[in-house]
Design a protein around this ligand. Structure first.
Ligand code: SF4
Ligand code: SF4
Length: 442
């Protein structure tokens, strides 16, 4: 006998229990060819089948067939997956690995095998802070104060952090210095002269990027305006929900998606623009996330169809090549959620190559994950650190003065890695460089 789920069928003996369990037909698409192995960062790092996409899929099948339980035999391997989806790119059988892993994360959450403090931190982070942009900003302001007042130095010096659980110590160490002005969605607009106006778009602010890299959000508005695009940043929007989905918190992600749908679809706009690769991927997946919601399924598909990554959109509308000169060697890091999921690899390079004076050099292993992976640096610090070091060694091998990317996680991760090595290589967004080139026009 088979039980019906919203996404497929669950056999009665299956160890999967939620209505969003991995779909049976997806689990059996794998033909064991192994093409995905060398695309997988955790397999490259360990050489272990259990840390490869094929190995993780075999465990999912074993749970589905009732041969294994969701427990210590499978959870560590599944949790070590970065959800970078490089394996999807390499797979000739079109195994939808990303959505399988998202379902698995929900299953892990449901069996409740995480420590109590981790469950509490997740409730606060995913269920409260990410749901409420104002509260998140207030929290970030208190972190800024903690860092700037010297309290951070005192706390570290007296060793009080040793009393906290391990992942919260990692969080404290991982928090970047919040140096710049926060960017907030407050209905602000950027309007080009009427004679140059090509389109009108709404910009997604997101959660982490406006707090860590507010000036880049401002740069995105200037670059769009410079290209004849009118921009609005609607105040009612929410975080995209990507961090929640990756952590198996699909219900809270749905609430965020509905808020974004209501906020963006009421506007008379041509597109919704994201400046972060991870956010773009999530919004383009809203159709799947809300497929079971009769009130929002169609609207979710509509919003997903209107969503464009900023690099993609600028190329699509025919961006103006800048005239300002930037005399620098730059290398480009392909963010997983631009390259593997949205298949956006040429457009950021086209933008960089259009800047006079800028020399673009290719980065070895550019599309191998840097180890950022949402909250991965907190949950799997060792593997994250290994991948970060491998990435920055590759960056340094190019001799570039700047490494550019299109995702806040990569920017933060590479900045940490380069800083730790005392490197002078800077990390910037592609949009920052384009904005700088426009600003130097005579
Ligand atoms: S999503 Fe990334 S880390 Fe996970 S199995 Fe696929 S390639 Fe490996
Ligand atoms: S590439 Fe696809 S079909 Fe081949 S082993 Fe990996 S997941 Fe299976």
């Amino acid at each position: 006998m088979k039980l019906q789920s919203t996404t497929g069928t669950i056999s009665k003996t299956s160890g999967f229990t939620t209505p969003e369990a991995p779909r049976e037909e997806d689990l059996y698409k794998c033909v064991h060819c192994g093409f995905c192995l060398n695309a997988c960062p955790t397999y490259l790092a360990t050489g272990l089948e259990s840390e490869s996409p094929r190995g993780r899929l075999a465990m999912m099948k074993a749970v589905h067939e009732g041969r294994l339980e969701i427990g210590p035999a499978v959870i560590p391997s599944w949790e070590l997956c970065l959800q970078c989806r490089a394996c999807e790119d390499a797979c000739p059988s079109n195994v939808p690995y990303g959505s399988l892993m998202e379902s698995v994360r929900l299953e892990i959450k449901t069996v409740g095998q995480r420590p109590r403090h981790a469950r509490f931190a997740r409730r606060v982070g995913f269920g409260i802070l990410l749901q409420r942009p104002r509260l998140l900003r207030a929290f970030a302001t208190s972190i800024k104060l903690y860092q700037r007042s010297g309290m951070r130095r005192v706390v570290r010096a007296i060793g009080i952090l040793r009393l906290l659980p391990g992942d919260q110590v990692v969080l404290e160490a991982y928090l970047p210095e919040l140096r710049t002005k926060f960017f907030a969605a407050s209905n602000q607009t950027a309007t080009p002269p009427a004679s140059e106006r090509k389109a009108k778009v709404a910009l997604l602010a997101g959660c982490v990027m406006p707090l860590m890299h507010g000036p880049t959000m401002e740069a995105a508005m200037r670059v769009l305006r410079r290209n004849g695009i009118e921009v609005i940043v609607p105040a009612g929007q929410a975080c995209c929900g990507a961090l929640n989905v990756h952590a198996g918190e699909r219900e809270t992600a749905r609430e965020m998606a509905r808020r974004n749908i209501d906020s963006f679809l009421e506007l008379d706009i041509d597109a919704v623009i994201t400046a972060s690769g991870g956010c773009g991927t999530q919004m383009k997946d809203y159709g799947e996330l809300l497929a079971g919601d009769p009130d929002y399924a169609e609207k979710a598909e509509r919003l997903a169809g209107m969503t464009r990554d900023i690099h993609e959109y600028l190329v699509e509308v025919g961006f103006k090549p800048p005239q300002g000169f930037l005399d620098m060697t730059v290398t480009y890091q392909d963010a997983c959620h631009l390259a593997h999921t949205q298949k956006i690899t040429d457009q950021p390079r086209q933008l960089l190559n259009s800047i006079p004076g800028l020399k673009l050099v290719e980065l070895p292993e550019s599309s191998v994950c840097c180890g950022a992976g949402g909250t991965y640096a907190l949950t799997s610090p060792e593997m994250s650190g290994y991948l970060r070091d491998r990435k920055v060694e590759n960056v340094e091998s190019t001799g570039a003065m700047v490494v550019a990317s299109g995702n806040p996680g990569c920017v933060l991760q590479m900045s940490k890695g380069l800083e730790a090595r005392g490197s002078s290589t800077q990390v910037k967004y592609v949009i920052d460089l384009l904005d700088e080139a426009y600003s130097r026009e005579k």
